[in-house]
Design a protein around this ligand. Structure first.
Ligand SMILES: *Cc1c(COP(=O)(O)O)cnc(C)c1O
Length: 385
């Protein structure tokens, strides 16, 4: 058995694509900065590498690791999550094709489809994919080319049953894309549950240290990767060598980080649920969360994203500006705790649309610091309201 085919996630995360360097024995594969490769006679490539946009060994190492940890046949790495999404959608869709999109997805995904691909003829329909009756009705009305779901969703942590959705979408002749950024493959394996493609903003948990922007696609079937791979080469939104290397390094500790993110997330959610000043807590690990049972069945942990509603926008804004350890900032998934006011920050691009986020909601990205310090910080910020 090679490292690439090891059946266990934690081992793949450390070893897949990471064999010691052939020439020097370096245990950590080097970062290959070279943009071009010597040819032994015209067309005589030594290892298939020709030019940095078409292929780079550091990027290959990351793509091998990504395919292994998501249980896919092939992975592609990009300069950002949205660059990955763009290559995927332009690769799979023709003008006139439609995307059925969950109603609580990353605002940038909606913006890409509605405002960039829309003018080129891609159609968009939005539905609550966590509601089985709404999915049945939407698929019966018309089969889209692609069903695009985020679970847990951003920022309200709605949960969709990936296997049930995949079965229905496949019966209708549609492809299923799961944005697995929030859970990460350490906690949820969409391809094993029936998804055709997994999308990541590796900027978040996979990189894990808020120091590298990147994106990835992982395909259940290599044939489906062909056109997006051609676009990766022909349009060129590739990840650079150092970005790919940093992402690889982050992935090696993903399993242990996600354990701490999940235990801290659960403790923060339980603390907030018991606090008088908090109107509502959104966290799939709470028994009160509408998707709790499905999440418990399809995830091995509930992750580090917790959202809370404070009853009105003024309280939400004041709270977001009153924490000391939780830094007010966009993004999520790093080792440090962050918080964000979606209505004006991450989700400003969907204000006034059917994806708008309630204006009393604050989203926390719970980091891996000591839980007592995190709870004390939230307690003092709530006390200041
Ligand atoms: C951040 C994010 C994206 C976009 O990724 P970038 O790396 O910022 O381009 C897509 N989906 C989700 C769920 C995200 O959180």
């Amino acid at each position: 058995m090679t490292a690439e085919t090891n059946p266990r996630f934690d081992t793949n995360a450390v070893h897949a694509g990471q064999a010691p360097d052939e020439t020097t024995g370096a245990v950590i594969p080097p970062v290959h900065f070279s943009t071009t490769y010597a040819q032994d006679g015209i067309g005589g490539l030594r290892a298939g590498y020709e030019y940095g946009r078409s292929g780079n060994p550091t990027r290959t190492a990351l793509e091998t690791q990504l395919a292994a940890i998501e249980g896919g046949a092939q992975a592609l790495s990009f300069a950002s999550g949205l660059a990955a999404e763009d290559a995927l959608l332009r690769g799979l869709l023709q003008p006139g094709d439609e995307v059925l999109l969950g109603n609580d997805v990353y605002g940038g995904t909606y913006r890409l489809i509605a405002r960039v691909l829309g003018p080129w003829g891609v159609k968009l329909r939005v539905v609550d994919l966590s509601d089985p009756a709404a999915v049945d009705a939407a698929l019966a009305e018309r089969a889209p080319k692609v069903v695009w779901v985020e679970t847990p969703s951003n920022p309200l942590l709605r949960i969709t049953d990936i296997r049930a959705l995949s079965d229905k979408a496949h019966a209708a002749g549609s492809l299923v894309v799961v944005d697995n950024t929030f859970a990460s493959p350490a906690l949820q394996q969409p391809i094993a549950l029936g998804a055709d493609v997994v999308v990541h903003s590796t900027t978040k948990y996979l990189g894990g240290h808020s120091d590298v922007v990147g994106g990835a696609l992982v395909f259940a079937d290599a044939a489906l990767a062909e056109q997006p791979k051609f676009l990766q080469f022909a349009a060129g939104a590739v990840s650079g060598p150092l970005d790919a290397w940093l992402t690889t390094r982050g992935i090696k500790t993903l399993a242990v980080r996600m354990e701490r993110h999940s235990s801290n997330g659960q403790a923060v959610a339980e603390f907030l649920e018991g606090h008088d000043r908090v109107a509502r807590v959104y966290y799939p690990g709470l028994a009160s969360h509408p998707g709790h049972e499905i999440a418990a069945a399809q995830m091995s942990g509930f992750g580090g994203i917790v959202s809370l509603a404070l009853g009105d926008a003024a309280a939400a804004r004041r709270f977001a500006e009153s924490t000391r350890l939780f830094t007010l900032a966009e993004s999520l998934g790093g080792v440090e705790s962050l918080l964000n006011y979606p209505d004006e920050m991450t989700h400003a691009s969907v204000r006034g649309t059917e994806l708008a986020v309630p204006d009393d909601v604050v989203r926390l990205s719970v980091g891996i610091e000591h839980i007592d310090d995190l709870v004390a910080d939230l307690d003092q910020a709530l006390g200041a309201l």
